[in-house]
Design a protein around this ligand. Structure first.
Ligand SMILES: [Fe+2]
Ligand SMILES: [Fe+2]
Length: 274
């Protein structure tokens, strides 16, 4: 990785994330973001069947016949479960080296990912619903474990991680846009959905850049190949994403070229262009 890329990113992180507290697992800049959000709660007029939501969010395959609004909510809750599963596993098994790396970008990333689970549960809470703690479906669990527990050197698993970060960018943008479309009649809900998803999206765009910067030309090519071959299929393999977004929309989004700098430019204050 070039020293300038990483130095530039670390400087950026200091401004965006503020102070790191590895024991409280907080970033002062992010705490103030949540204080602002929580000080102005937004509640949708849309009423979801709580029992149907809770029943479906716990099972691998949602029951047929759910409307798009409910499917979108389930997809958002599911995205939260995968994030949480990966992050908690990483921390639980000491794979994050939080204590050793106080001043590194790795600490910021683990803590950012921890915040993402809070962001997504805030989205679900707009509709007065909780996200119960349960593991993601088996295929997702397998992928996550492969990344967390791989016996291979990090450099070999990084393309897989990079591909997942790229796919995350596409999926979070698609979920954001669909959410804003579905609740278009409630401007406050639309604004809140945008703020929350953009917070995650800006981070994931940086994670893609950071991983690419740490790989050589070959590693980056492998990452791109994995993304091209597996990205869309991964999303299409999740029934809740298909129900919420539609196959065509998923395929269309994954077919677009992925350009980290162009994406980062959409978030001039919150993303770093590598
Ligand atoms: Fe994340
Ligand atoms: Fe990430």
């Amino acid at each position: 990785m070039t020293a300038t890329a990483i130095d530039g990113y670390l400087d950026f992180l200091e401004t965006r994330d503020g102070e790191v507290d590895i024991y409280a697992e907080t970033l002062s800049g992010r705490e103030s973001f949540y204080r602002d959000i929580d000080a102005k709660p937004v509640r949708s007029r849309h009423v979801f069947d709580r029992e149907v939501f809770l029943r479906n969010v716990r099972q691998a395959r949602a029951e047929p016949g759910l409307d798009t609004h409910m499917s979108w909510l389930l997809a958002t809750a599911r995205a939260n479960q995968s994030e949480r599963f990966g992050v908690e596993l990483t921390k639980l098994y000491g794979r994050a080296d939080l204590e050793e790396e106080e001043r590194s970008e790795g600490v910021h990333i683990v803590l950012q990912e921890t915040y993402h689970t809070r962001v997504l549960s805030r989205v679900v809470s707009i509709f007065g619903l909780p996200v119960p703690h349960c593991p993601p479906p088996p295929l997702i669990r397998f992928m996550i474990k492969l990344m967390v527990f791989s016996p291979f050197p990090k450099r070999l698993t990084m393309p897989l991680v990079g591909m997942n970060e790229m796919a995350g960018c596409v999926i979070f943008a698609a979920l954001r846009d669909r959410g804003m479309e579905l609740f278009a009649d409630e401007p406050a809900v639309v604004a809140r959905i945008r703020i929350l998803f953009d917070e995650i999206l800006a981070d994931e765009i940086c994670h893609v850049g950071l991983i690419a910067a740490g790989l050589g030309r070959f590693g980056r090519a492998v990452t791109r190949q994995l993304y091209r071959r597996l990205g869309a299929n991964m999303a299409l393999g999740s029934p809740e994403f298909v129900a919420a977004l539609g196959r065509d929309e998923i395929e269309r989004r994954f077919a677009e070229p992925f350009d980290q700098r162009r994406l980062a430019a959409q978030f001039p204050d919150t993303a770093y262009a590598f």
